[in-house]
Ligand binder design. Structure first.
Ligand code: PMP
Length: 280
């Protein structure tokens, strides 16, 4: 495992981030996760394109151009000497005295990175999903550090004995907590369109390209939850999990927003496996 922070390669457990780093205090930054196969970063140009889009969306001037990020990533892989790995790359608005307003133009964005070895093949036993309300903000297309709704939904799924949360927004099944969501129906693939509410996954883009090459029809529409029973298959996609087939979908009787929870009241995310029902 190797780490990198603002120009220096180091042990990723070392304490190098200033307390008043805006990523740390505000989650004021964006990130990418890139898969390395056989020592080569996979679909790197698409990841860098999305990173630059995310930075633009939250008005962080990018500290590197596309070639600069490529050089950094390639030298990090070489230093790590890993063949099978994940790369976590993060860019924040930098370190400055805490203030909601953007810091002065002289503040330099911070770049950090971790290369972590992975086993060559992900565990491909079929997965389970738990239906959860999508409580993320209205700009989920930006890959920001602010993952609290994703974390809470995924933990609820884990507590239910599932692998991922199936996120429902306005009655439609649009995405998972850390992966894109696909359905198979009548020989067609169905996935949500890349509007502001979903992350334009790199693996999603790759699967779309493969489907095109294989002449598999794809419909980019938001499927209502009421149509779940009509689908023939489900899978999810993501950089690290690749393509994971889904064998069942669970629901929990307490499905709703967090509202204004007070300590001591029943928590809608305190999900027990025995309270869940298999609905697909
Ligand atoms: N949606 C969300 C919310 C994600 O966090 C991710 C990334 N793990 C994905 C989809 C999948 O994107 P990618 O294929 O680029 O990994």
């Amino acid at each position: 495992v190797i780490g990198y922070y603002n120009g220096k390669f180091l042990d990723p457990t070392s304490s190098v981030v200033p307390i008043e780093e805006r990523g740390h205090e505000f989650g004021d930054g964006v990130y990418e996760v890139i898969r390395v196969y056989g020592g080569q970063p996979f679909l790197l140009d698409w990841h860098i394109e999305r990173l630059l889009n995310s930075l633009h969306a939250i008005r962080i001037p990018s500290p590197h151009d596309a070639d600069g990020y490529k050089e950094l990533i390639v030298s990090a892989i070489q230093r790590s000497a890993e063949e099978e790995a994940s790369i976590y790359l993060q860019v924040t608005r930098g370190a400055a005295a805490r203030n909601h307003l953007f810091p002065a133009d002289t503040t330099v964005p911070s770049v950090s990175l971790v290369v972590r070895p992975l086993s060559a093949k992900p565990d491909q036993k079929p997965g389970k999903l738990l239906i959860q309300p999508d409580e993320r903000w209205a700009n989920s297309y930006i890959k920001t550090l602010n993952l609290l709704p994703n974390i809470l939904a995924k933990q609820a799924a884990h507590d239910a004995g599932a692998d991922e949360a199936l996120l429902v927004r306005d009655g439609h099944m649009i995405e998972s907590a850390s992966s894109n969501l696909w359905f198979v129906r009548d020989g067609k693939l169905i996935t949500a369109p890349t509007d502001r509410f979903i992350l334009p996954g790199i693996t999603r883009r790759y699967v779309l390209e493969l489907a095109g090459q294989l002449d598999i029809p794809v419909e980019q529409v938001k499927l209502p939850l009421s149509e779940l029973s009509s689908v023939d298959g489900i899978f999810i996609t993501g950089t690290i999990l690749e393509i994971l087939p889904i064998e069942s979908v669970l629901s929990h009787p307490v499905f709703g927003p967090l509202d204004t929870l007070q300590s001591g009241s029943p928590h809608p995310l305190d999900v027990k496996p025995e309270e869940c029902e298999v609905i697909w």
